[in-house]
Design a protein around this ligand. Structure first.
Ligand code: ZN
Length: 442
């Protein structure tokens, strides 16, 4: 087999800490050189991509997907093939999915099951979180009794207060035992404020908003078209306050929130219709894995809230650091995996279910015009997507293991463990009279 060799010429390489005009040379899936006017020898057998006037960014990492997820009596529409194929079309080269055990099933069993589903199908690299979950009938019985059976009942039964309370409780418990905390899908202002306050108090807490929470809002639950409203059902729900997406984006831009995921978990209208007369039976989930990068560029960078380096930080680098993939992932540098996207900041596209690559018949970002378009996506040195054309094979992606205790998260935690131990007060022993009989509290 001839060596796989790739040269990306004339672009601007954007990492989370700096941007430089440079070429990138890749061999066998790994970056070998970054610098001006590279001229690797021999010229034969070399694939050259022109990135003039374009950005060359680390491939996106979606920290939160549910592909092929058996849930609420059905299975999410995008499996590990269509989901990761759509991901690379949108500039994402790694996903972290959730292995979710059923009650009574072990975490290891769930991990092995998910891995066996993913390995033959993935078109880009992936890793897995393992979840411990349960939920109760909360408020839902009350609303159904009141005759509220539509998707608006979902928003009403999952109040912002409950999300904030859960976030607060997790922060307090984690901090009490000096454990870092990562909060998935931060959907509301109050939950985001809990995280901001905790970070201001020095706690090691990271918040993950999702593409849908940054791009659209929960007024959709009151849409008169049932299918439209139901398509937005997820938990926690999108905030019905239309100023929330902007609020969350500001926190993301200013490092109060750290990483953008999607919670991508798609169900088509027929599947959503399992809950046509009872909102509690609507399968929870929506799309995002393909459009995450463009939505963040549009609402974050084009709007002027963040620069291109912060964009790379929140779509890729921070995830790589928090989940111990850095600098193999999340950075373009010598020795890093060649997961790279050529990004055209000037081009625009309109998001639509008619043209997207996901398996679902609905797109929650329908009609959104986004500046910032991925021109080419490179996964481990292979051009998997270029100008709308795929070159993917099911199973070409690799499982990436993530060692525990990433230094980015745990250096501070370990140091605190060492220096912040309580010290007993040195004092003379009490030498006075001791009561002869025990005192009974009244
Ligand atoms: Zn989720």
């Amino acid at each position: 087999m001839p060596k796989q060799r790739l040269l990306i010429k004339g672009g601007r390489v954007v990492n989370d800490d700096q941007s430089v005009e440079a070429d990138v040379y890749v061999e066998e899936g790994v970056v070998q050189d970054v610098g001006p006017n590279l001229n690797p020898k021999p010229p034969s057998g070399l694939t050259v991509l022109d990135a003039t006037n374009k950005l060359v960014i680390p491939g996106g990492i979606d920290t939160h997907t549910h592909l092929q997820f058996p849930f609420m009596g059905t299975t999410s529409k995008d499996d590990f093939y269509t989901g990761t194929k759509a991901a690379v079309a949108g500039g994402t080269t790694m996903i972290i999915d959730f292995a979710i055990p059923q009650r009574g099933c072990s975490l290891i069993e769930a991990f092995n099951k998910w891995k066996s589903w993913a390995d033959p199908k993935v078109c880009c690299d992936y890793a897995l979180h393992v979840a411990v979950t349960w939920w109760s009938d909360k408020n839902t019985k009350k609303l159904l009794a009141m005759g509220i059976t539509g998707p608006e009942g979902h928003a009403l039964s999952h109040s912002e207060d409950v999300e904030a309370e859960a976030t607060h409780r997790a922060i307090i418990i984690a901090n009490t035992i000096n454990c870092p905390l990562y909060v998935v899908h931060v959907m509301s202002k109050s939950s985001a404020r809990m995280i901001t306050n905790a970070r201001n108090e020095g706690k090691v807490v990271y918040g993950e908003p999702i593409a849908a929470g940054l791009g659209i809002d929960g007024t959709n639950y009151w849409n008169e078209d049932w299918a439209h409203a139901a398509a937005h059902v997820m938990s926690p729900p999108l905030s019905p306050d239309p100023s929330t997406p902007d609020f969350l984006m500001n926190l993301l831009a200013n490092d109060d929130l750290s990483v953008v995921g999607t919670d991508n978990c798609t169900f088509d209208t027929c599947q959503k219709a399992l809950g046509k007369d009872d909102f509690t039976k609507i399968p929870n989930g929506l799309n995002g894995v393909e459009d995450r990068m463009s939505v963040v560029w549009e609402k974050g960078v084009y709007s002027g809230k963040m620069d291109e380096n912060r964009f790379v930080a929140v779509t890729s680098t921070n995830a790589a650091k928090i989940f111990n993939l850095y600098p193999k992932k999340g950075r373009i540098a010598v020795g890093s995996d060649a997961d790279i996207v050529i990004w055209d900041p000037e081009a625009t596209r309109t998001i639509s279910a008619k043209t997207h690559h996901q398996a679902n018949n609905f797109n929650v970002f329908e009609g959104m015009v986004c500046h910032g378009v991925p021109v080419a996506t490179i996964s481990r040195g292979k051009v998997v997507y270029h100008d709308g054309v795929f070159n993917v094979t099911a199973g070409q992606g690799k499982y990436v293991s993530r060692p525990p205790f990433p230094p980015y998260v745990y250096e501070r935690v370990k140091q605190r463990e060492e220096v912040c131990q309580p010290i007993p007060v040195k004092r003379e022993p009490y030498a006075g009279v001791v009561s002869a009989t025990p005192v009974t509290p009244s």
